[in-house]
Ligand binder design. Structure first.
Ligand code: ASP
Ligand code: MG
Length: 418
């Protein structure tokens, strides 16, 4: 049994969906397809959520644009306008439209999940029906019925015990060869929709691989495999042929966009090989992540860039305060305001944090501590990480730029730069 995860870029057009079908058809094993939303749909739905919450009149236009995009792809794929797919797609848009006509709840993250989840529901519906049209019978699974999470909206934590019971019941492979299901989504025990965090579809595929003990997980991407830098950023990026789980975890942790940070843990525990490969050149092997490959790893420098960061410096107003004794308080605060911390540094009287930028969360944090602490920040900075750094690699990244914070260990160098 294999699991194939396809990202949004692979099914962003009718051509993309046709290419996807060709790949699935070329395999003869039992397969579960885990799919993301089409193209930039999740971004569009995020914007719709924001507008909905702020009661902006942009909502309707953006909703129509999204509907048009999906109908356009559907029209190209299904010449028979009586095909059942039209009814299903329209039903989903009706449900979304109904939600958008209601008042926002008081919980932004809850509304976010209820709205943004339509991206994956739509993509899997269209793709599953198209596979059927191409002569590949398959079952569409609503993953929310078996992949259970708590109610941390936008970052649902997996209920492993319950999911381990339900998932094998749903993916039984009795007279079925192919299942199509949504990445990124989960459901609470009371059947509310949750999401697992942006780019969470890889994680979904890894969880299902773990629970179902699959032979291999393949993640199909628009790049040849795991590269030593994002090729859209550095055009001389090279592919890594094999890496260990450990190295993959490190790369993901520092923000390499190829794999969702939580993805590797489950497959590592069961030693399931993960192949990251191109849906364009689909006969190429891509990158293999597995146990045995530690010695075979290339030691190429790997460059990782995180943009849209904020460097926050916190100082007690009263200088008698010893910061080191209170670090745990800060970490608790960041966790409470759900700020994603990427790097920290402290001295006796100040604490610096490089975190993902979020005006809303930063403001909440500031409001909470402003009485006792002075909070300063450098907005819109970048965090550059170099694994296996060399002098040449460091020069390449930092030349001509202002470094405002720097950290180095034997394997890893990090720079916050303007
Ligand atoms: N569609 C979601 C996103 O864009 C999940 C994913 O693609 O992995 O974040
Ligand atoms: Mg995506």
């Amino acid at each position: 049994m294999n699991i194939f995860k396809f990202g949004g870029a692979s099914v962003n057009s009718a051509e993309g969906v046709k290419n996807f079908v060709k790949i699935v058809q070329s395999f003869k094993d039992e397969t579960i397809v885990v799919l993301s939303a089409m193209g930039k749909t999740t971004n569009a739905l995020e914007q719709i959520t924001k507008d909905f919450y702020e009661k902006s009149d942009e909502v309707e236009a953006k909703f129509l644009e999204l509907e048009l995009y999906h109908l356009h792809i559907t029209n190209e794929l299904f010449p028979n306008k009586e095909d059942v797919v039209y009814k299903k797609v329209n039903q989903l848009f009706d449900q979304l439209s109904n939600y958008l006509q209601k008042e926002p709840t008081l919980d932004y993250d809850f509304d976010y999940d209820q709205i943004v989840s339509f991206g994956e529901l739509l993509s899997t519906c269209i793709v599953s029906e198209y596979l059927r049209l191409c002569g590949l019978p398959n079952i569409w699974v609503d993953i929310r019925t078996c992949l259970k999470t708590d109610n941390t909206y936008r970052e649902g934590k997996i209920d492993w015990e319950l999911s381990q019971k339900l998932v094998p019941q749903v993916f039984g492979f009795n007279n079925t060869f192919v299942y199509v299901t949504q990445g990124f989504l989960g459901g609470t025990i009371t059947n509310q929709t949750t999401t697992l965090g942006r780019e969470g579809s890889d994680y979904t595929a890894a969880i299902l691989s773990y629970i179902l003990d699959v032979d291999k997980l393949s993640i199909w991407k628009d790049v040849p495999g795991i590269m030593n830098a994002d090729p859209k950023w550095l055009d001389d990026a090279e592919k890594l042929d094999r890496i260990s789980y450990q190295e993959a975890i490190e790369l993901a942790f520092y923000g390499a966009k190829v794999i969702h940070p939580k993805t590797i843990q489950p497959i590592k525990r069961k030693k399931i090989p993960l192949q990251v490969r191109s849906f364009i050149n689909y006969n190429e092997p891509g990158t293999l992540i597995s146990t045995a490959s530690k010695q075979m790893e290339q030691q190429l420098p790997v460059f990782i860039r995180k943009q849209d960061q904020v460097l926050i410096s916190i100082r007690p107003v009263d200088f008698s305060f010893i910061l080191e004794e209170n670090l745990s308080v800060f970490f608790a605060l960041f966790a409470k305001h759900r700020m994603k911390v990427n790097l920290t540094q402290n001295s006796a009287i100040s604490f610096s944090v490089c975190a993902d930028r979020s005006e809303r969360r930063l403001k909440d944090l500031q409001d909470e501590i402003s009485e006792h602490f002075e909070v300063k920040y450098n907005d819109k900075v970048e965090l550059i990480t170099i694994r296996h750094h060399t002098k040449e690699a460091v020069d390449r990244m930092t030349k001509g730029r202002e470094i405002i914070l720097e950290q180095r260990s034997r394997d890893t160098a990090q720079f916050v730069i303007v």
